[in-house]
Design a protein around this ligand. Structure first.
Ligand SMILES: [Zn+2]
Length: 231
């Protein structure tokens, strides 16, 4: 398990690793045990965990204690309450948000589709809507597929036309720096550079530590859980 925002006593933010087992959600009973173990290890009551359904789109939900534990149709969650928000990832970038002054948390599942459709901006908009201040918002980009391995084909190059500096043409291949694009979007939203922390870890590269959808192409999707909660 990797922890983020370690200096902040008021929240717990972390991501499971391969050794914690797959955290696949929805109607997948096989992995319930992995999730339970992960929650127990972190002293979290599962009733207090709210998960995004995740459809690689850009909708964000504001969550409170009365929300359903699984929130369908969204790829990011934000809250002001003492609850845990979760998404799962396996190459997509887990993005953690915290406004310490206003005690607002958020987490986004950011794959290329969500990133190009505006999941980052939409999450920030909801944090502001809850009373957040962009000057206070701190953001951590956890491990995901980095530009060394995120290869795309010609057919979707157009989707990145707003970000030419993050599209890398190498011989006959095309790679995209998703982390670079997310950071650019955060800076465009006036999040302070010093408040943005970016993981260098590549899920594709480190097979011991991470699941990677692109690398493993598993029959049954294996994923890590990214969570943030106010204590
Ligand atoms: Zn890589």
């Amino acid at each position: 398990m990797i922890k983020f925002f370690k200096d902040k006593k008021s929240i717990l933010a972390m991501m499971s690793e391969r050794k914690d087992g797959s955290m696949k959600l929805l109607e997948d009973d096989l992995n319930v045990e992995n999730r339970s173990n992960f929650f127990v290890k972190n002293g979290i009551d599962k009733e207090n965990v709210f998960m995004a359904g995740m459809i690689h789109d850009s909708k964000v939900a504001i969550v409170d204690k009365n929300s359903p534990n699984l929130i369908e149709g969204v790829d990011a969650l934000v809250s002001k309450e003492k609850i845990f928000l979760a998404v799962t990832v396996a190459d997509c970038v887990p993005v953690y948000f915290y406004d310490e002054k206003n005690k607002i948390i958020g987490v986004a599942h950011a794959g290329w589709k969500g990133i190009t459709k505006g999941i980052i901006k939409n999450t920030l908009d909801k944090i502001i809507q809850l009373g957040g201040d962009f000057g206070n918002i701190e953001v951590v980009l956890g491990p995901g597929i980095q530009k060394c391995h995120f290869e795309i084909k010609e057919d979707i190059v157009d989707k990145f036309k707003k970000y030419p500096q993050f599209v890398i043409f190498k011989k006959d291949k095309i790679f995209v720096d998703l982390f670079g694009i997310i950071k650019r979007q955060l800076l465009d939203y006036k999040i302070k550079n010093r408040n943005i922390s970016v993981s260098k870890e590549c899920t594709f590269e480190d097979a011991k530590r991470y699941f990677s959808y692109r690398r493993d192409k598993p029959e049954r999707v294996e994923v890590m859980m990214a969570m943030i909660g106010l204590k």
